[in-house]
Design a protein around this ligand. Structure first.
Ligand SMILES: *[C@@H]1O[C@H](CO)[C@@H](O)[C@H](O)[C@H]1NC(C)=O
Ligand SMILES: *[C@@H]1O[C@H](CO)[C@@H](O)[C@H](O)[C@H]1NC(C)=O
Ligand SMILES: *[C@@H]1O[C@H](CO)[C@@H](O)[C@H](O)[C@H]1NC(C)=O
Ligand SMILES: *[C@@H]1O[C@H](CO)[C@@H](O)[C@H](O)[C@H]1NC(C)=O
Ligand SMILES: *[C@@H]1O[C@H](CO)[C@@H](O)[C@H](O)[C@H]1NC(C)=O
Ligand SMILES: CC(=O)N[C@H]1CO[C@H](CO)[C@@H](O)[C@@H]1O
Length: 744
């Protein structure tokens, strides 16, 4: 009480205290063996759990302590940090225990320092030990700065009072003193043209504008829409021709800041902009290949309101959730329509892909009116649909891992035996997603270092640095699942580290860790096949479907007819389908070398489609034909209008032949036609049901398993079908041969 009284009446220190960065309890730069304590209440509450923002779990099966907690039976309590070298300590940030139900936090403490961990000097105010006031709740970090820095190797926090149980999480601020030259060589030398600092919203926009001014002909800035407080969600395109989609060029996206306090991704994207601009101008061949071969969309902050909230709190005093949500309280990442249930329900009924498509699952109708969808989410959805994205990643924080979809969890079968493990549903592209995740994780400098465990204490990735989100921390309505099920784009989440908002002195090293991984990940967009689907006149076909045999997830062509299908190396049977065209299947081989395999299609109008066109011309009524020598006229049955159709220049063609030649030609032709008719009639009799209608009965053919029988009628050079009418089992057709019209 005396100490408290004195502390309250102590004159304020007006001198600005020296500021040092965190030693790295939160970021895990401080290793487990640097942390120790007088006692612990249970194994789950070991001193290693005392890191700022450590997340706990009260789950009975998997208890993870949300703090270090002392054994309440002890009389003396302390928590000790070994900085491993002489350090100038300048402050401490404390937080209570992360827990759903308990309110455990330390309200006051002493600080002591030592050079050998035996003799301790407690900070003193001249009369007695200096009492520091701690927390008032379990989550908000509270910082105490030292008026005068203390040089030492060890530091102890000696709790004096607490609420609930004695539990705490903390970060220590200090500047390590240089030991010798060798040590300094290990430190990263920042590249001078890059800005290693945290950006507020307006600083971020300014930086993007300056990159745009620096590299005007490879960059452009646009907006996805506005946040709920009216801030533009700004994006930059970097590409050889940034303002338009070039046919054949894939588009990819990097996004960050879905959660405003996850700051590393935002800064990595801003650094990537500066890097690509500078390296492109310096004619770095790799940067040039990337910029010219891909249209790269970079969105550093999808939740600008959250970004501002977290930025104001700062890198140390932002708690786990400061700015995580939008202004209206939504977690954007998991605010998307749940399409998984729709697809999985259809799958359970055996309807996929024959009756329900395995891709582009429609958004439920009530979505437009649903007030629990954030304005930011709506802007992102319409953005995702308006560019032909092939590959994307959203950067997040709080863990060190790449998570691939599905993010939503449904077990394959209901448990038959108690205790039996059921596997979650996996995407048809599981092995590709794993590859994409590994391409990032294994290139990142530290993501696969599993010897320290993961940030929150469980090791989900088994050391590979990748995890299926549904197996780890399932969420429904995620951006990744939505992207996979509603668009052509494969989207993953990249969690960049334990500390969501690290001190800005860490940014240079973060850039070193992520730079190569980001470039490698972008280059993966050239893995697989790509091509253009056109009709026989060379017009691109939009919205054509590309299916890969054995992978139950199709993609579609862009409005310009081009498509990309990311695939691991292998041989694939690829089928292109489009409304009104005969489908076509090809074998395309994806090799190990870089560069997508070209696999383009020219689709022929299906005969059926042409028949429908001709019938539509005549009001969908049967057409009667009449002969007059070699000139053919026919009339529509109903209205009596006579119309002379097309190839009636018979006389001009046949007039150059002698009558004998003409007769011989005719006989030969009739013979051929009889033969063909017989063959077709035989094959049809065996496959057509007795009351044939115009539905799709299919005949297996040698080439195409999926060709409709009316498409399989092979027409010779110069022949084409004009009209066909089907009545019971009799098929009437009109077709042309050369310049003559025949009927069968
Ligand atoms: C630790 O040693 C340094 C000199 O090496 C000294 O300046 C400092 O006061 C010592 N700290 C403590 C707590 O004894
Ligand atoms: C960009 O502009 C500069 C100068 O205006 C020019 O030298 C350069 O070739 C241009 N680059 C591209 C990709 O058009
Ligand atoms: C609105 O959207 C949320 C989140 O996707 C969903 O949980 C909810 O069921 C929807 N409400 C209606 C009425 O569709
Ligand atoms: C694309 O084709 C599908 C059927 O294959 C159709 O349902 C959908 O409306 C088409 N989309 C567009 C944008 O044309
Ligand atoms: C029909 O003949 C006329 C004149 O003989 C010619 O101008 C026209 O191009 C011909 N049409 C066709 C379809 O051959
Ligand atoms: C013993 C205990 O838990 N006391 C208080 C701790 O703080 C919370 C609020 O922060 C109170 O509700 C508890 O009563």
């Amino acid at each position: 009480k005396e100490a408290e009284e004195r502390a309250r009446n102590r004159p304020r220190v007006f001198k600005e205290p020296k500021k040092c960065p965190p030693l790295g309890l939160e970021s895990h730069k401080v290793e487990p063996d640097q942390l120790s304590a007088s006692s612990m209440s249970q194994y789950h509450f070991a001193p290693q759990r005392a890191r700022l923002n450590m997340q706990g779990s009260d789950d009975e099966d998997n208890i993870r302590g949300g703090a270090w907690c002392a054994n309440s039976e002890d009389a003396i309590h302390w928590f000790e940090i070994d900085a491993r070298r002489a350090t100038e300590f300048t402050g401490v940030i404390t937080q209570g225990r992360d827990s759903l139900n308990d309110n455990d936090y330390v309200t006051s403490y002493f600080l002591a320092f030592s050079n050998d961990s035996r003799e301790w000097t407690t900070i003193h105010d001249g009369y007695a030990d200096w009492l520091f006031f701690g927390n008032n709740d379990k989550d908000t970090p509270v910082m105490n700065q030292l008026a005068v820095p203390v040089v030492a190797r060890y530091m102890r926090i000696i709790p004096q009072s607490w609420n609930g149980s004695l539990c705490m999480r903390l970060e220590v601020l200090g500047c390590p003193l240089p030991v010798n030259v060798l040590y300094r060589q290990n430190e990263v030398t920042p590249v001078d043209y890059l800005q290693f600092k945290h950006h507020s919203y307006s600083e971020m926009v300014d930086l993007m504008k300056s990159v745009n001014e620096e590299c005007p002909n490879i960059t452009t800035i646009y907006s996805l829409g506005r946040s709920s407080k009216g801030r533009e969600i700004v994006a930059m395109i970097i590409s050889g021709n940034p303002t338009e989609h070039e046919i054949g060029e894939p588009e990819i996206r990097f996004t960050a800041g879905l959660h405003g306090n996850e700051a590393v991704g935002r800064e990595m994207i801003l650094l990537l902009m500066q890097y690509l601009c500078k390296e492109y101008k310096d004619r770095n061949p790799r940067a040039q290949r990337l910029v010219e071969g891909i249209r790269i969309h970079l969105v550093p902050s999808l939740n600008p309101d959250g970004q501002e909230e977290a930025f104001e709190a700062g890198s140390e005093l932002s708690s786990w959730t400061t700015g995580h949500f939008t202004n209206e309280g939504f977690d954007i990442f998991q605010n998307f329509p749940d399409l998984n249930s729709i697809l999985w329900d259809a799958e359970d009924k055996g309807m996929v892909p024959k009756l329900t498509p395995n891709h582009h699952v429609p958004i439920p109708e009530h979505f437009e009116a649903n007030s629990s969808i954030a304005v930011e989410t709506r802007a992102i959805i319409s953005w995702m649909k308006s560019y032909p994205f092939v590959l994307g990643a959203n950067f997040q924080g709080g863990e060190r891992i790449v998570a691939y979809p599905y993010d939503s969890l449904r077990l394959n079968k209901p448990a038959e035996t108690e205790g039996m493990q059921n596997e979650p549903r996996v995407t048809a592209d599981e092995s590709l997603f794993r590859w994409l995740a590994i391409s990032y994780a294994s290139t990142h400098l530290t993501m696969t270092h599993s010897h320290h465990g993961s940030c929150q204490g469980d090791t989900p990735g088994g050391g590979l640095g990748i995890v299926n989100r549904a197996k780890w921390k399932p969420v429904t309505g995620s951006m990744n699942d939505f992207s996979y099920l509603h668009t052509n784009c494969l989207e993953l989440s990249i969690f960049l580290g334990c500390d969501k908002f690290p001190h800005q002195s860490e940014l240079a090293y973060e850039w070193e860790k992520n730079r190569e991984a980001m470039l490698i990940f972008m280059e993966q967009v050239h893995r697989g096949i790509r091509g253009i689907v056109k009709d026989q006149q060379g017009n691109p076909i939009a919205n054509a479907t590309i299916s890969i045999e054995g992978i139950n997830h199709d993609v579609t062509t862009a409005p310009t007819g081009d498509y990309w299908r990311l695939l691991n190396p292998g041989e694939y049977r690829v089928t292109a389908r489009a409304e009104g065209f005969s489908s076509l299947t090809k074998l395309c081989v994806v090799g190990y070398e870089s560069g997508a395999t070209a696999c383009s299609f020219n689709l022929a109008k299906s005969n059926w489609d042409r028949i429908k066109q001709i019938m539509a011309l005549h009001g969908n009524k049967p057409i009667r034909i009449a002969y007059s020598n070699s000139r053919v006229q026919y009339t529509t049955v109903n209205n009596g209008h006579r119309s002379v159709i097309g190839p009636s220049n018979g006389s001009s063609s046949n007039s150059r032949l002698s009558p004998e030649q003409r007769r011989k030609r005719k006989i030969a032709l009739i013979r051929r036609l009889r033969q063909r008719k017989l063959m077709k009639a035989m094959s049809m009799r065996t496959t057509l049901p007795p009351t044939t209608t115009t539905t799709t009965t299919t005949i297996p053919t040698t080439t195409e398993a999926t060709t409709s029988w009316y498409d399989s009628w092979v027409w010779g050079e110069g022949q084409s079908l004009l009209w066909m009418h089907i009545k019971k089992t009799v098929i009437y057709t009109i077709f042309t041969y050369g310049r003559n019209i025949f009927t069968v």
